[in-house]
Design a protein around this ligand. Structure first.
Ligand code: SAM
Length: 217
């Protein structure tokens, strides 16, 4: 957590809460150690869905379907979500959860490695109003050119976990050796989205760090 813990707990206490189905799914994911979006990220996504009313959304990193179901259930538009996952165990669980949430007509699970699926979508000229990136952190720079292609002008690219729980500001040698690749790749990603002339980006120190980029060209 980057922000003061008491402050985060206070802000969380003001959030409107979730459906019993999502509460249960959150509990199960936490018990199994499956990382899902944190309350502050949920709140921001909910706000963005209300502000932008996207009708098409692409998510990279489904896990067990929690964030996709959350976004579909709090969307203010008739949204369709495509969500990408490559881990067989998560795919199976996500399919079951999407079915149990009666969201099969709104959420399509695309199986496979994100980069390959993104390239395939781009080949088919798919376009989305909003893209939510929440997969392998070290791969974010690789996803970027394809995300830009798949995002409509004026669309929003939302990237989660970009501040690495605050460790992004540490020198490379201060982070654990096994985290160094992610650390440098995430720094590279933040530079790319911040310096890209076609994007207007803001980086928010909430949850694990979230970046919002609007496509301007
Ligand atoms: C942080 S979890 C996603 C959590 C989910 N968005 C939520 O909040 O409910 C990241 C997911 O991305 C998946 N993932 C990682 N690398 C991937 C890749 N190259 N292609 C597709 N999925 C990938 C992982 O298997 C994992 O399920």
């Amino acid at each position: 957590m980057i922000t003061d813990e008491r402050c985060s707990v206070f802000i969380e206490s003001l959030s409107p809460g979730m459906t019993p189905f999502l509460e249960e799914l959150e509990g199960k994911a936490q018990e199994s150690g499956i990382p899902i979006i944190r309350p502050a990220s949920r709140s921001l996504l909910r706000y963005l869905l209300a502000e932008n009313e996207p009708e098409s959304l692409l998510e990279i990193g489904t896990a067990v379907g929690f964030s996709a179901i959350f976004m579909a259930s709090c969307s203010f538009a008739d949204i369709h979500i495509d969500t990408i996952e490559n881990y067989e165990k998560h795919i199976k669980a996500a399919r079951a959860n999407i079915k149990a949430a009666h969201m099969e007509d709104r959420i399509r699970l695309l199986e496979g490695d994100a980069e390959a699926v993104l390239a395939d979508l781009a080949d088919r000229s798919a376009v989305y109003d909003m893209i939510f990136v929440d997969a392998a952190k070290a791969q974010y720079p690789d996803y970027l050119p394809l995300c830009k292609k798949l995002l409509r002008r004026g669309g929003v690219l939302v990237s989660d976990n970009v501040l690495f729980d605050g460790d992004i500001v540490q020198s490379r040698y201060a982070v654990r050796r096994r985290d160094r690749t992610i650390h440098s790749r995430m720094r590279q990603y933040l530079r790319l989205i911040s310096e890209d002339q076609g994007l207007v980006t803001t980086i928010l120190p909430i949850a694990d760090g979230m970046a919002l980029s609007v496509k301007k060209e």
